[in-house]
Design a protein around this ligand. Structure first.
Ligand SMILES: O=C(O)C1=C[C@@H](OP(=O)(O)O)[C@@H](O)[C@H](O)C1
Ligand SMILES: C=C(OP(=O)(O)O)C(=O)O
Length: 453
């Protein structure tokens, strides 16, 4: 089979992020009337990057249909490509770019470097793959990536006998000295900082000589649905993960089947558009909503009614209707979002316009996402005159009238989209780095414009 080397996509997913002159910022559009919009969103980051890793470790080639094309998924492709995995773009039928054929390497390579950017999935899922390669692989990423916790990956791999050199920093950068094999077996890690520590080890575990018997030792484990997504993705490729008790997963060694997969739309990236209906009023429909899914974004169907929206499913369309912030239609909430941390920034933006104070708890771990999201949300809303208080594991949001001003994204796609939600109801909000949405949704500015037309 002919393998074409991976090449840059035709569009520039980073928008104007590479420009050198000062960026004047992105004036967030204000909604002048209730919304009436129907749109589709591109493929799920979490599903795309899991399927890329599994396809790379599988017994033969797999096709990913309608995958995400964004900075995070391209970094994953580049990382696996550097380890010897083959990629070929195939014409896609979906509206957001090509399909992708992935051909596993006959022997995984090392002696390379991997740029993780700011992608949690790359920095946590690829190091075990590199340990299965031959030679040293150095991992590094953006400046902000060096602040993200990596202990579960670093201590986990060391615990499995992998030679990993991190100069005892416990963060990026580090070098994995791959020997082509991981013995595997029993391992304890503390995954309270990120569920991705567990997912990353589980994805490669069938290729460990003794498989893996993994136990989480910390008090709490965030983002359980993302671990369930990992288990389901493995199951689809014939790998059974047993979980005899909470916080323990057992994977037997064995083959990972080569299968073609359809990547679902990213439901967490549907969140800002659905949130827009709450803030601006009117209705927004997302097409391609899956019937059954492991994506945590599916929880929007039950979460948004808590804020006062009406949510309706008709086939693969999910519609959110609401009276809008100006009509006093947003209700205050008390939510523990430990399972759904990635939805927090957009939901906090809605709560800024509610009819009373809201609390969001169980989300201390999101201080370790792309930025410290608790601090960033408090700083940006308060910078517009808001009243947001950081709690130890969450936020208290007391709605007060907001005024125009700058909104910093901190290189965080979900901070940028949250600023856009606020801007719907507050004239004069200017986002410093809208190109940060290229991490998972390069089309954001275009789709957001379409929402308001
Ligand atoms: O495995 C994944 O795809 C993810 C797991 C979660 O990470 P944390 O457990 O670090 O919150 C989630 O927030 C992130 O956006 C994606
Ligand atoms: C936390 C997130 O990303 P990452 O995969 O980089 O952890 C996110 O997308 O909200």
């Amino acid at each position: 089979m002919q393998i074409t080397p991976y090449s840059e996509p035709e569009f520039d997913p980073y928008g104007d992020a590479r420009r050198t002159e000062p960026d004047p910022g992105w004036p967030a559009p204000t909604a002048s009337r209730p919304l009436q919009a129907t749109l589709a969103v591109p493929g799920s980051k979490s599903l795309t990057n899991r399927e890329l890793v599994l396809a790379a470790l599988a017994e033969g080639p797999s096709v990913l249909r309608a995958p995400l094309w964004s900075r995070d998924s391209e970094l994953m492709v580049e990382a696996l490509s550097a380890l010897g995995v083959g990629f070929e773009r195939l014409p896609g039928r979906g509206g957001f770019g090509d399909d992708l054929r992935v051909t596993p390497a006959e022997e995984l390579l090392g002696s390379t470097t991997v740029d993780c950017g700011l992608a949690g999935t790359v920095m946590r899922f690829v190091p075990p793959v590199a340990a299965l390669g031959l030679g040293p692989t150095t991992f590094d990423g953006d400046e902000a990536a060096r602040r993200r916790p990596m202990s579960g990956v670093i201590d986990g791999l060391k615990g499995l006998g992998v030679d990993l050199d991190d100069d005892r920093r416990g963060t990026l950068p580090f070098t994995v000295h791959g020997t082509g094999r991981i013995a595997g077996g029993a391992l304890e890690i503390d995954a309270s900082a990120s569920s991705q520590f567990v997912s990353g080890l589980l994805l490669s575990a069938p290729r460990f000589e003794q498989g893996l018997d993994l136990r989480h030792t910390g008090e709490r484990l965030p983002s359980m649905p993302h671990i369930e997504m990992t288990v389901a993705a493995l199951a689809r490729r014939g790998v059974v993960v047993q979980s005899p008790e909470p916080g323990r997963w057992i994977v037997a060694p064995g083959p990972i089947a080569a299968v073609d997969v359809d990547i679902e739309p990213d439901l967490s990236n549907a969140a800002p558009f659905l949130a827009a209906a709450l803030v601006a009023g009117g209705e927004v429909t997302i097409t391609g909503w899956p019937d059954a899914t492991t994506q945590v974004g599916a929880q929007l169907e039950t979460l948004l009614p808590r804020f006062g929206a009406t949510v309706e499913r008709a086939g693969d369309r999910l519609t959110v209707r609401a009276p809008g912030a100006a009509a006093g239609g947003i209700r205050a909430v008390e939510l523990d979002l430990g399972e759904a941390g990635e939805l927090v920034p957009n939901l906090v933006a809605i709560a800024a316009f509610a009819d009373g104070p809201s609390t969001f708890t169980g989300i201390g771990h999101i201080r370790h996402h792309e930025t410290d999201r608790l601090a960033a949300l408090a700083a940006e809303l308060n910078g517009l005159g808001g009243r947001v208080t950081e709690l130890e594991d969450g936020l208290l949001v007391e709605p007060v009238p907001l005024h125009e001003g700058a909104w910093r994204a901190y290189a965080d796609h979900r901070m940028a989209t949250s600023g856009a939600i606020v801007g719907l109801a507050v004239p004069g909000v200017v986002i410093d780095d809208i190109a940060s949405t290229g991490k998972t949704l390069p089309q954001f500015p275009e789709l957001w414009g379409g929402l308001l037309r």
